[in-house]
Design a protein around this ligand. Structure first.
Ligand code: ACO
Length: 426
């Protein structure tokens, strides 16, 4: 039976339908309220579904994350990032032939136009790679604007392949520019993760020499970050895309949103925080700072808007993190010891338990990346690589159905009407 909700305002009753979800919570459809002259108020969208979607399902209380119905744990254990990207984009896992052709298409789009590479020269050497990547992705619009018809499904898919293929190359170029080193061209013989690592840490003119352990850890990180339904950066991509802007511009908007320390920048912020704490003996002092309401300090890598039980990605990453630490033989690294003590205290402290603040994926991915020697400034870049299939899939999903420009309302609390006074009268 169809559920309904009735609300009565100033004696007038309005009936609102409830839309049924295939999994999780049904939602009250408030679209009819505007006809009654009523708006709803929900800063930060805590209780608002901004769209319907068939891509990713999260149950934050039960700690469930599924891409197209497949549990994240199964994908992380058995799949690889390009297969997951195909799944997100197409809704089904690929057959062997479909997989082969998808991988070939991605490899075919990896190169960056020679002239376009000059974009990096406009940046100072100390520029954060996320600023370069945002600009470079936006700049791709200049190469493909005329030939991209966003109403054409095939063009949208080509855009998706291009972005998934080119983001490792652009990210590695940003990194190499920051180090004043020569770019390394993509290598078709390597896997997606190996190629990225080689373009970042290889030496121009030398044969690739990528550790399989590090490549496997990297691929797992990509899978775990590939999508997370309507998070801040994905919502940003949808919002920008709803204006019918060029898709590269919409994705660049997502890159900007991801950069913030409350979102994708958290993995870098975790390492900055560990460095600031510096020694195991200071962990309690920082835990107390995080609990002090008069101190803005927060424990980076703890808490999540949706996961109030545990983050299933953090569980997968925690196992992978401990395996990497053991294999690299770096368990005694002072910063990693600080991390382990922090994790233990925060898990036992009533402040964190009552507020359901658990270590999130950024906590473990930050530590894993540090353990395998990845420079901190690349952490959020790696998140960007992982999230690309999610962003572009959401953009494509939105454009595949009728949609509206995203245009929220507000509760106005400013001045009422008043008359202008000339400067001399003020
Ligand atoms: N350290 C200390 N206290 C915290 C933390 C933290 N990391 N996170 C939340 N709290 C406290 C808040 O002060 C608040 O306390 P109160 O109820 O006494 O006022 C309570 O926990 C609830 O916090 P909210 O800010 O309402 O939670 P929200 O869902 O809005 O925020 C967020 C979630 C932004 C992730 C927050 O927990 C945070 O800033 N964490 C640190 C940054 C981080 O790790 N971000 C990564 C997010 S995951 C991702 O993007 C992949």
């Amino acid at each position: 039976m169809t559920q309904k909700v009735t609300i009565t305002i100033d004696g007038k009753t309005t009936e609102l339908p409830v839309l049924a979800a295939t999994e999780g919570k049904n939602v009250v459809d408030v679209r009819g309220l505007i006809a009654e002259g009523i708006f709803t108020y929900d800063p930060g969208f805590l209780s608002t579904a901004s769209c319907d979607s068939k891509i990713t399902y999260i149950d934050g209380d039960a700690g469930i994350l599924m891409y197209r119905g497949y549990p994240i744990e199964q994908l992380a254990d058995n799949s690889n990032h390009l297969e997951v990207a195909y799944l997100l984009l197409n809704g089904e896992l690929p057959t062997p032939t479909e997989y082969e052709s998808f991988v070939a298409s991605i490899k075919g789009h990896q190169d960056i136009d020679q002239n376009f590479q000059g974009i990096f020269n406009g940046f100072t050497q100390g520029a954060h790679p996320m600023s370069m990547i945002g600009a470079a992705i936006s700049g791709l619009a200049s190469l493909y604007h005329e030939e991209t018809d966003i109403d054409n499904a095939q063009d949208r898919m080509t855009t998706a392949h291009r972005l998934i293929a080119k983001i490792p190359t652009l990210a590695a170029m940003a990194y190499k520019h920051g180090r004043g080193e020569a770019f390394i061209a993509p290598d078709d013989s390597l896997s997606y993760a190996e190629n990225f690592l080689n373009m970042c840490f290889g030496t121009a003119g030398e044969a690739p020499n990528v550790s399989p352990t590090i490549a496997a850890a990297m691929d797992k990180i990509f899978i775990l970050h590939a999508d997370h339904e309507q998070n801040a950066s994905t919502s940003t991509v949808r919002m920008a895309g709803s204006t019918d802007c060029n898709p590269y511009a919409a994705i660049a908007a997502g890159v900007s949103a991801l950069w913030g320390p409350s979102h994708g920048g958290a993995n870098e912020a975790v390492l900055d925080m560990l460095n600031e704490i510096g020694d195991e003996s200071r962990v309690e002092e920082f835990v107390n700072k995080a609990k002090d309401k008069n101190d803005p300090f927060k424990l980076m890598g703890f808490g999540h808007r949706v996961y109030k039980n545990f983050d299933p990605r953090a569980t997968v990453m925690q196992d992978s993190c401990h395996a990497v630490l053991a294999e690299q033989g770096v368990e005694d690294e002072p910063l990693l010891k600080v991390a382990q003590k922090l994790e233990k205290i925060a898990r036992e402290d009533s402040y964190f338990i009552e507020r359901k603040l658990y270590p999130n994926i950024d906590f473990y991915s930050g530590i894993t990346l540090k353990a395998v020697g990845i420079p901190t400034e690349l952490f959020t870049v790696i998140f960007t690589l992982g999230r690309m299939p999610g962003w572009i899939t959401h953009w494509n999903e939105m454009l595949s159905e009728p949609y509206k420009i995203a245009r929220p309302r507000q509760l106005y609390l400013g001045e009422s009407k008043r008359d202008f006074k000339n400067l001399a009268e003020r």
